[in-house]
Design a protein around this ligand. Structure first.
Ligand code: SF4
Length: 409
């Protein structure tokens, strides 16, 4: 079993693992002895798609002759025809657990918060709260793979949350394609959900998954007070994608650059030290130098602590794939290089201001025998050499554009 993609996909890979074991399947890491080889795929980017195809080819060339290759997840749902054309002998599912049960000929079951997963990090549980989104962005392949939007009930999610705490998790990621519209289909929202989850006693941290500006705007007023509880990481991942309103319109994002600026200013004013993470797509069809400058200006105004930069790539079946004015790879490369340089520079300047600060962190990730990643209350990564699985006090002794180094003093 191999899994790729976003937090939702990771959690579904973990759930499939646990579910198959409970159905008497035995996991093996030996490709040439497996009866079934399952890959949970991602389809968000062109490069990822190419990687999935080459993994499947590798499996086909190295599997035992009787073994079945099962392709699951977003790419399976998005590119079923292309996959079967290239690899006629594979079994292709979609993003539903039922489709996997069908090809494995086992009793049907669907994904739900009550189906717990096999954690890859014993300290971190990932809980999907909804699947799909209410957006319709012109570049998005995920919308093709997961066209329907639905939210799980607060009761089911609270059950998963309690199970996560019982299993020893200290960090819980709430995830979906767009957390901002969680519950809109069941007359509730992410704030009401958080109020219930935060009633659970104990020392833990909740990380909120991505929220689009147009939905975050609707709930910001009632979300802000919840950040006074330290168990909610002061962290928001709000993909803005571009600083140009003309490009945002072509992307069909449903908000303007001012909405993002206002949200950042509002949360920075009301929630001290909050971390903003955002996503930017450079090189969208017809994007001009002027549009790109507007993206730089937006980042200059808001200085998000984390900026995930990707170059636009056509995704088959999306509207943007057939837009005129596609940019050259050289131009896209130039834009992403300029943006990376710009972000690294201001991030280093801002991070250096925190050297000498004493902070309480949760050491939640093991990188190697003596290297761990800890998280501050605003989810900033601090490399430390001790204290795995506990909350510790450290001093920030060094700063880098994307992380810090911490030591006990
Ligand atoms: S909000 Fe847009 S980019 Fe995000 S999953 Fe939905 S359609 Fe795709």
């Amino acid at each position: 079993m191999e899994g790729y993609g976003c937090s939702l996909n990771i959690s579904e890979t973990q759930k499939i693992d646990e579910f198959l074991e409970s159905n008497n399947f035995e996991r093996t890491d030996k490709l040439n002895s497996a009866d079934f080889v399952i890959i949970n795929t991602c389809s968000v980017k062109q490069v990822t798609e190419q990687r999935m195809f080459s993994r499947i080819e590798f499996f086909l060339n190295n599997k035992k002759s009787s073994s079945k290759i099962i392709v699951f997840g977003c790419l399976a749902a998005h590119k079923k025809k292309d996959l079967l054309k290239k690899f006629p002998t594979i079994l292709v599912c979609d993003t539903s657990l039922e489709s996997l049960c069908l090809v494995l000929n086992i009793k049907k079951r669907s994904f739900s918060p009550k189906l717990l997963g096999k954690k890859s990090n014993p300290l971190v549980s990932i809980i999907p709260v909804s699947v799909g989104c209410l957006g319709n962005c012109t570049y998005c392949a995920t919308k093709i793979a997961r066209p329907n939007f639905f939210s799980y009930s607060i009761k089911e999610i609270d059950f998963a949350f309690k199970s996560a705490l019982k299993s020893g998790s200290k960090e819980i990621w709430l995830t979906s394609q767009d957390l901002g519209c969680y519950g809109f289909d069941i007359k509730t929202d992410i704030v009401e959900l958080l109020k219930v989850l935060l009633k659970n006693k104990g020392e833990y941290r909740i990380r909120l998954g991505m929220m689009n500006p147009n939905f975050l705007k609707k709930i910001s007023g009632k979300l802000i007070p919840l950040f006074s509880d330290d168990r909610l990481y002061k962290f928001l991942h709000v993909p803005v994608q571009s600083g140009s309103n003309r490009v945002l319109k072509l992307m069909n994002r449903g908000y303007k650059n001012k909405d993002f600026v206002d949200l950042v200013n509002l949360f920075r004013k009301k929630v001290k030290g909050i971390t903003f993470s955002t996503d930017i797509i450079v090189g969208f069809p017809t994007e001009t130098e002027k549009d790109f400058e507007k993206t730089l200006l937006l980042l200059k105004k808001t200085t998000p602590e984390v900026v995930n930069i990707s170059r636009f790539a056509k995704r088959d079946g999306t509207k943007a794939a057939v837009f005129s004015g596609q940019l050259s790879e050289a131009t896209k490369k130039d834009y992403s290089r300029k943006l990376t340089k710009f972000c690294d520079e201001y991030m280093l300047v801002n991070n250096k201001k925190r050297v000498g600060e004493k902070v309480r962190v949760l050491v939640s990730e093991k990188k190697s025998k003596n290297l761990f990643v800890a998280r501050t209350n605003n989810y900033r990564p601090v490399n430390v050499g001790f204290g795995y699985s506990s909350f510790v006090d450290v001093e920030i002794v060094e700063a880098f554009p994307h992380f810090f180094k911490g030591e006990t003093k």
